[in-house]
Design a binder for this molecule. Structure first.
Ligand code: ACO
Length: 428
């Protein structure tokens, strides 16, 4: 590593700080000794300029619209790979051989069932509970059922709990859906693919055979790939922070689900679909574009803009293609898609969006596909959580395996009262 240094001068005194280089992307200034040497903290709410960890999983170049998992571009993975293969890649660092993939799929398939006692746990929820509320509760509760895989210092325990989480998430999400619609839970079917099994558990009923539409299975699998990991986003950072204290993985993933639930993170695709319905027909698009540009109007074009991407979100490109495939396969002629296409074209040619580098993000088209497949909007974020579990688990494993790992503990700029004496109640 090159011996680069950054200098910081505070009130005439200068300190050197090492610069660390990654394999690609911006260098980072190593300020771990900043407080010890200078007595000062840095101030970076929202972590806009702070690398919270070292990671070799996922790389994003937001200016160029690049997203790589273990070096492989997301477009190539979405086109040629499967969610199981991408999961193996994220967990293990390399694409699997045919035998390795077979073994991995076999292992995941054999962990898809839930402890039978969890069925009664579901029945404690109201029928109108949001699926994310159920997912948070049930995933957190897994630690009460699988004691044999919660010793995080044991790599074998970590491996088993990782597999359990990835395998059980489709069952948990499908059961949350079934509970809401009042249909019986379906047990997993080990003869089906990861994604096919999820579709059957969600849309099948015990009264008849469920036929999996190949185009829907492929599209769903691709959507899972597109959501598998996304570097140190809010929910992933939440999982890492929760895990840094030594909490068990089921509790950590429940924390990640809670964070993902928020509308600024996992909830945007629902908002985007609602917006497209509100716009309704292409002739109304200019009015909404004007509203999005009006500083006095809180309206924003949902599915546009991203904290990191200042170019086309590469996942949106794949998603747009997938909408077409699903609509063609299912014979859907949803005017919402036409509206979305025209809205995208008009926004991309508008100076406001060009200057601010606002491009469609992954959420712009995903709602249209999910709703064509038959999911209610409340399930959208639950599907995101299902797919992101592999990323969370891989990032958590990476952190725990790092011998230099310490508890995450940010500092603050205190602006409250300084020390003062307690005033007895009668004197206040
Ligand atoms: N419509 C209209 N104007 C926008 C939009 C939008 N969708 N997004 C950003 N802008 C404008 C802002 O008003 C701001 O203008 P200003 O500089 O004149 O004040 C400028 O672009 C920069 O916007 P910020 O909000 O500062 O950018 P930030 O990086 O903090 O926000 C965010 C990114 C939250 C995603 C934002 O673009 C947004 O709200 N988009 C709509 C919601 C959405 O689609 N979220 C999904 C993100 S993808 C995901 O989480 C999976």
């Amino acid at each position: 590593m090159a011996d680069k240094k950054a200098q910081l001068t505070i009130e005439g005194e200068t300190w050197d700080f090492p610069i660390m280089e990654g394999s690609t992307g911006p260098d980072v200034v190593d300020i771990r000794k900043l407080y010890g040497q200078t007595g000062k903290f840095t101030f970076d709410p929202g972590y806009k300029s702070t690398a919270s960890c070292e990671s070799s999983l996922t790389y994003i170049d937001g200016n160029k619209g690049v997203l790589l998992h273990r070096g492989y571009p997301i477009g190539q993975l979405a086109e040629h790979s499967s969610f199981m293969e991408v999961s193996y890649l994220l967990l293990n660092g390399e694409l699997p051989s045919a035998d390795e993939l077979y073994d991995f799929e076999n292992t995941i398939t054999r962990h898809t069932m839930l402890h039978e006692q969890l069925m009664t746990f579901y029945r404690g929820f109201r029928r109108d509970a949001h699926p994310m509320a159920i997912m948070c509760g049930v995933v957190g509760a897994l630690s009460a059922f699988y004691h044999d895989s919660t010793d995080i210092s044991d790599p074998e325990h970590r491996r088993i709990s990782s597999h359990r989480l990835i395998a059980k998430m489709p069952t948990i999400a499908a059961m949350a859906y079934k509970y809401a619609v009042g249909q019986p839970f379906l047990y997993p079917d080990n003869s089906l693919s990861y994604t096919g099994n999820f579709l059957r558990m969600t849309f099948g009923v015990p009264a008849e055979e469920y036929e999996i539409h190949p185009a829907v299975e492929k599209a769903m699998d691709r959507i899972f790939i597109l959501h598998a990991d996304h570097e140190q986003n809010a929910s992933t950072s939440t999982v890492r922070l929760a895990g840094s204290s030594g909490a068990n993985p089921f509790a950590c993933i429940a924390a990640g689900i809670a964070c993902l639930w928020g509308p600024a993170h996992g909830g945007a695709n629902e908002a985007c679909l609602n917006m497209l319905h509100e716009i309704g027909t292409p002739d109304r698009i200019p009015h909404y574009i004007e509203r999005a540009k009006d500083k006095n109007d809180p309206f924003r074009l949902m599915g546009f803009g991203h904290r990191v991407y200042k170019n086309y979100d590469p996942r949106a490109t794949v998603m747009q293609k997938t909408v077409r495939e699903v609509f063609d396969a299912l014979g859907v002629n949803d005017p919402v898609f036409e509206t979305a296409l025209q809205l995208e074209e008009m926004a991309l040619n508008d100076d406001y969006f060009k200057e601010k580098k606002l491009f469609p993000n992954v959420d712009f088209y995903s709602g249209a596909i999910l709703s064509a497949i038959g999911f209610p909007t409340t399930m959208f974020t639950a599907l995101f959580a299902l797919a992101r579990t592999v990323g969370w688990v891989a990032q958590w494993n990476e952190m725990i395996s790092d011998p230099g790992q310490v508890i995450g503990r940010p500092r603050q700029l205190y602006t409250g009262p300084t020390q003062r004496d307690y005033v007895p109640l009668e004197k206040r």
